[in-house]
Design a protein around this ligand. Structure first.
Ligand code: BGC
Length: 421
């Protein structure tokens, strides 16, 4: 452990030490394209769990949950919708000074053109309570979930539907920007486009390259349009996206094929979208989970260490990625998500520690980083995997009145924030 309280911290005084959530993953009782899909697919996901997940190191400990249909239904969430004040208090108790949170389009506009003022007021109050506690709100407009009526019109596949998106963003601009300095328009457009329209893991489970390309292209326009609307309303607002960036590396750095594949993969996965929205970002927000090594066209990651979901973990891989992002854009960076699925809390402290060292090293070399948002504040609904993966700083017992308990790594993170602030 290299961290020492006596050593100077390179983190700026106003650095955002935060954690992230997403509306659908925590709120409960939503009605959007995901809830519909979950109910239709829960049985199938449960009955195929062994085939799909049997190889995971934690299979024995997760198999009861993973083979149970209720695992795949977001249902009551973790009741964050009604318990958010308690959750903010816990966030504050571990010294966080900011939170990234999502608003749910399907609540705000349940039917086309019909605005639900009660829900809008809910989010107003939500932001107010956050601010009361000295937590800086980072508002995330879209994190994959969509109103059912919007999907019935073809969702983001249909370019004409962007008019509905613009109306929604205008509503957010008119109603929800009081006290908000940071906005993320879109979460991980690359993951959404590819998982929903190419590998068919997410609804609407299409496998169609053209559809995927259209969605991806339209999302880039959606961001730019949102940027203009939001800036017109509040010019000082800091706006970006939460991109999914991977630290993509050649397994054999001097091998021509490996280097070429690496370059292509970096462009396709990391840079294409950021490149298209260049000039429309006040910060580069990115989520970091993956380092991937390419040998020719194959991904050949080391076999260990792996998290509960079987993802190879290389937290320090964020360092070369930070340097690359900075070299390309010379725009302040915010880590909008970063964390690991670790039900026994064995790796989380190590993960955070390595990440913070990597960030500090990058800062010491001139990279401007304005914030770090751990994924996640709370255990939450992990999309097509359901409830068994545990990403939270706060564990939630869904079978015992949704009891919240801080994990040891969270308490350790709390101490680190003090040292580094
Ligand atoms: C997403 C989150 C998700 C996390 C862990 C990110 O790709 O934005 O919604 O829970 O990864 O899988």
């Amino acid at each position: 452990m290299l961290m020492d309280s006596k050593k100077p911290s390179y983190f700026p005084k106003d650095f955002m030490w935060g954690a992230s959530t997403a509306s659908h993953q925590v709120e409960g009782n939503n009605y959007n394209q995901w809830t519909v899909w979950e109910l239709e697919n829960a049985k199938h996901l449960a009955s195929t769990a062994h085939r799909r997940l049997g190889w995971l190191p934690e299979w024995e400990t997760i198999k009861t949950k993973a083979t149970e249909p209720s695992n795949y239904v977001s249902g009551r969430g973790v009741e964050h919708y009604s318990r958010y004040q308690e959750d903010f208090d816990i966030a504050k108790s571990i010294n966080l000074n900011s939170l990234r949170f999502g608003i749910e389009w399907s609540r705000i506009e349940p039917n086309e053109g019909e605005w639900n003022q009660t829900e809008i007021n809910h989010y107003k109050q939500y932001i107010l309570e956050m601010k009361k506690r000295g937590l800086k709100p980072m508002l995330n407009i879209w994190h994959w979930t969509l109103p059912v009526w919007f999907c019935e019109k073809g969702g983001f596949k249909n370019r004409n539907n962007l008019s509905h998106w613009r109306n929604f963003v205008q509503k957010v601009a008119d109603e929800l920007l009081d006290g908000v300095e940071y906005v993320i328009t879109l979460n991980e457009p690359n993951v959404y486009a590819s998982f929903s329209y190419l590998n068919a893991e997410f609804p609407p489970q299409e496998k169609n390259f053209i559809a995927m390309a259209r969605v991806y292209w339209n999302l880039a326009s959606a961001h730019k349009q949102a940027y203009r609307i939001l800036k017109a309303k509040k010019p000082k607002l800091q706006i970006g996206i939460a991109a999914q960036l991977a630290n993509i590396q050649a397994k054999r750095p001097h091998n021509i094929l490996d280097s070429m594949v690496t370059k292509i993969m970096r462009y396709v996965w990391n840079w294409w979208f950021l490149h298209r929205i260049n000039g429309y970002q006040d910060f580069i927000g990115f989520n970091y989970y993956f380092t991937d090594y390419y040998k020719g066209f194959s991904r050949v990651n080391p076999k260990t260490p792996k998290n509960d979901m079987g993802w190879y973990m290389e937290p320090e891989g964020i360092y070369p990625l930070l340097l690359r992002v900075w070299a390309r854009y010379k725009t302040p960076i915010i880590i909008t998500e970063n964390g690991t699925a670790d039900q026994n809390d064995i790796y989380r402290q190590w993960w955070i520690s390595e990440t913070i060292m990597a960030m500090e090293r990058a800062i010491s070399e001139g990279v401007e980083i304005h914030g770090y948002f751990h994924w996640s504040l709370l255990d939450n609904f992990e999309w097509a995997y359901g409830w068994w993966p545990k990403f939270g700083l706060i564990s939630v017992d869904r079978h015992n009145s949704m009891k919240r308990t801080l994990r040891s790594s969270a308490l350790w993170y709390a101490g680190l924030i003090i040292k580094k602030s």
